[in-house]
Design a protein around this ligand. Structure first.
Ligand code: G6P
Length: 437
């Protein structure tokens, strides 16, 4: 019998793959990965070759015995895998551009994960993830699915609700990014920082923030009123918070909350970018071209620092740290997307939530957080309603359900505008939405 773990990475041709490989190299002495199968689709073949060859050079340079396999055959990649990681984008960046541009044309933020753009990303992605789950049942029924594909919260909930796979964890770099941000802000080692996370993906709050077990929440909240001290990610333009507001909010918001508590300002900023010819999708497209040029260089055998311009910073740390803790039954605390099971009292029991968990060999065990404070409960539950209706639309392909999801999204101002955006997006994304026709 072969020893060591088999990892299958779906969307292996992604520019983020060097992040993941770097993580597996770093942890190799404690996490014996034997083989990594990078799998992609025909359209991603060229990128898969380029990034896959870089991955091979990376493991060779590091001197670790990890085999890298490149394939377009998903079933082959899944066969007897121990962990399946997903980082694919249905329709690639061209689809993201539409997710961001179409709503903006009608004066609405696209927000490609939780906004109208996120709705369409869910409609395109959920049928594919459910197909992957069916293949996992057949080819690797014991594997864990570690999903990084956005919208990560909705994808996790769809898997929990509509597939036979219950070994699924949804992963996002926002919680680790917030902890790293606090560490930097307070100039302490990030290992000393712990945040009690509760909420939904891209709508998570730090209910408390600790350094060495002592709460520093009030200090952090007062510091992030300064735009220069805002804790954010490369893809989100943070402007700092109104001091009285953030103090009254009394919990630590995540960078994505800029879209909800500063919707008007964020819209203005994105319209400015739009006029200059660039939504985030277009910026990322250029960045990707540069990255793939770098990746082609046969002398390159490490993750290039330019990758840090993407929003997915700490992705490798988050993904590999999680797999490591599951493999070793480490029982440390990490925030992931998993079934609520009552951990957050004000969110339905059977919903996916993003919450601090104890990570065990049997998966994440959510830590009881009690009720969300009343001032944030409404927004979180509105987002959860949107997510649930969006998932139903992804599954049933029903126009009315999709219109309902679009209209109840907190970024959409009316049913009329929702319909205009929905119609245009359904038409533009037709190729990836077979369930609607
Ligand atoms: C953050 C989010 C990810 C998202 C990324 C976008 O890291 O947590 O979910 O995919 O930003 O970054 P990008 O560079 O593609 O705009």
């Amino acid at each position: 019998m072969k020893t060591g773990l088999k990892i299958a990475t779906i969307g292996g041709g992604s520019s983020y793959t060097p992040e993941l490989i770097e993580g597996f190299i770093k942890y190799h002495s404690e996490l014996p990965v034997r083989e990594i199968w990078l799998v992609d689709i025909e359209e991603g073949k060229e990128k898969l070759e380029i990034v896959g060859n870089l991955a091979k050079r990376m493991v060779q340079k590091a001197g670790v015995s990890i085999e890298i396999h490149l394939t377009l055959d998903r079933k082959e990649a899944l066969k007897s895998a121990d962990f399946v990681t997903t980082q694919f984008r249905v329709g690639q960046l061209a689809a993201r551009e539409l997710d961001e541009r179409i709503p903006l044309k009608h004066g609405v933020l696209g927000q490609e994960t939780n906004g109208p753009g996120g709705l369409f990303k869910a409609l395109r992605t959920i049928p594919v993830i459910l197909e992957i789950c069916r293949e996992m049942e057949e080819f690797c029924p014991n594997a864990w699915l570690i999903n990084f594909t956005n919208p990560a919260g909705m994808v996790t909930e769809a898997v929990l609700r509509y597939s036979n796979i219950d070994k699924v964890v949804g992963l996002c770099n926002v919680p680790i990014g917030m902890e790293m941000g606090v560490a930097k802000l307070l100039e302490v080692d990030h290992k000393k920082v712990r945040i009690d996370f509760a909420g939904l993906n891209h709508m998570v709050y730090g209910l408390d923030v600790f350094v060495d077990g002592v709460s520093v929440k009030d200090l952090v909240i007062s510091l992030i009123t300064d735009p220069d001290k805002s804790i954010t990610m490369q893809n989100i333009h943070a402007m700092g918070w109104e001091p009285e507001f953030i103090r009254a909010l009394a919990v630590f918001p995540c960078p994505y909350h800029n879209y909800y508590y500063k919707a008007g300002d964020m819209l203005e900023k994105e319209l400015e970018n739009f006029k200059e010819g660039g939504t985030r999708a277009e910026v990322v497209k250029k960045l990707e071209e540069e990255l793939f040029e770098l990746y082609k260089n046969p002398a390159l055998a490490v993750k290039p620092p330019q990758l840090e311009m993407r929003g997915g910073a700490y992705y490798s740390d988050a993904a590999v740290r999680l797999i490591h803790s599951m493999y070793t039954d480490k029982r440390d605390i990490q925030a992931v997307n998993t079934m609520n099971n009552g951990a957050i009292a004000s969110i339905p029991f059977d919903s996916a939530v993003e919450v601090s968990c104890i990570i065990t060999k049997d998966g994440p065990k959510p830590i009881a957080m009690g009720d969300l404070p009343i001032q944030v409960r409404g927004l979180v539950n509105q987002m959860k309603s949107f997510e649930r209706v969006a998932i139903d639309a992804a599954i049933n392909g029903d126009y009315g359900t999709a219109l309902l999801a679009m209209t109840i999204n907190p970024l959409v101002p009316s049913d009329r505008i929702a319909k205009v955006i929905l119609d245009e997006m359904l038409e533009s994304h037709k190729k990836y939405l077979p369930q609607f026709h």
